[in-house]
Design a protein around this ligand. Structure first.
Ligand SMILES: [Zn+2]
Ligand SMILES: [Zn+2]
Length: 266
């Protein structure tokens, strides 16, 4: 028996770029055989609609509404819903799982973590960190930052990516020996309706988000739910030579690669 989970999902309540509330996605996930979804709205330094000037407890309350609304709808319709978030640094994004609203209220310093602190602190409180879509190339991204030593896993397949970005992410994760995940990075219902939903298979049903953290840390994700050939690189096979893997001692454990250098972009 295997269980399918969405690992990367945005709601209108707490992500500026999302068009749908979590409840609007639920039918599509049920129709496609998912057991559950993890809501990962953009966190404090990401694309958040919430003012950074709000008192922390108010910020956390508003941030968690996207998840809470989704969970309520999931309970009514029969889809398990879990909590996480996606934090942003210099265009590089990280999915953080295993810490909850109560924890957030007690730890306002989470807003100011660097990448190393994020990894060490989340880990020390029973969470984990996954670098999201590490090779994405978008207008708002100046450089690719690879956090080789400060992540538990790499999101190798992201439905919002070009497939070559995913192919590179898969190679990169394999070079580092890190577990891989897949997620839809869903922001609107048309993506759900088209069936462009990615996810991960576990052979044990998740009872809490801790089960996902453990699945990552023990490399228990059995399979990715992605289209066939999704992570096969199309084109110049020299690309993987450019992936550095010897930068574990960088100051807060990321390195910047210029996109011009990396993708030959002018
Ligand atoms: Zn977004
Ligand atoms: Zn995202």
């Amino acid at each position: 028996m295997s269980y399918l989970y969405e690992t990367h999902l945005h709601t209108r309540e707490a992500s500026s770029c999302a068009l749908a509330s979590g409840a609007e996605y639920i039918r599509s996930y049920l129709d496609r055989g998912f057991t559950g979804i993890i809501v990962t709205d953009h966190f404090y330094n990401g694309n958040s609609p919430l003012s950074g000037n709000l008192p922390w407890k108010d910020w956390v309350a508003l941030f968690c509404r996207g998840y809470e609304h989704t969970r309520q709808a999931g309970e009514r319709q029969g889809l398990d819903v879990f909590f996480g978030w996606e934090e942003t640094f210099d265009g590089d994004d990280y999915l953080v799982y295993g810490l909850d609203k109560t924890w957030l209220l007690e730890h306002p310093e989470v807003r100011f973590w660097n990448r190393r602190e994020q990894f060490e602190q989340a880990g020390s409180f029973g969470g984990c960190v996954v670098q999201a879509h590490p090779f994405r190339d978008r207008y708002y991204i100046q450089e690719i930052h690879l956090s080789t030593g400060c992540v538990d896993a790499v999101e190798a397949a992201n439905a919002g990516n070009d497939r070559n970005f995913d192919a590179l992410a898969m190679r990169y994760a394999q070079k580092l020996g890190l577990p891989v995940t897949a997620g839809s990075d869903i922001h609107n219902t048309s993506q759900a309706a088209q069936g462009a939903l990615f996810g991960v298979y576990l052979d044990k049903k998740m009872e809490s988000i801790q089960d996902y953290v453990q699945a990552i840390k023990t490399k228990a994700i059995t399979r990715l739910h992605i289209p066939p050939g999704r992570c096969d690189y199309q084109g110049n096979e020299d690309r993987d030579i450019a992936i550095p893997v010897d930068i574990r001692d960088a100051q807060d454990n990321s390195t910047g690669l210029s996109l011009k250098q990396f993708y030959g972009r002018g």
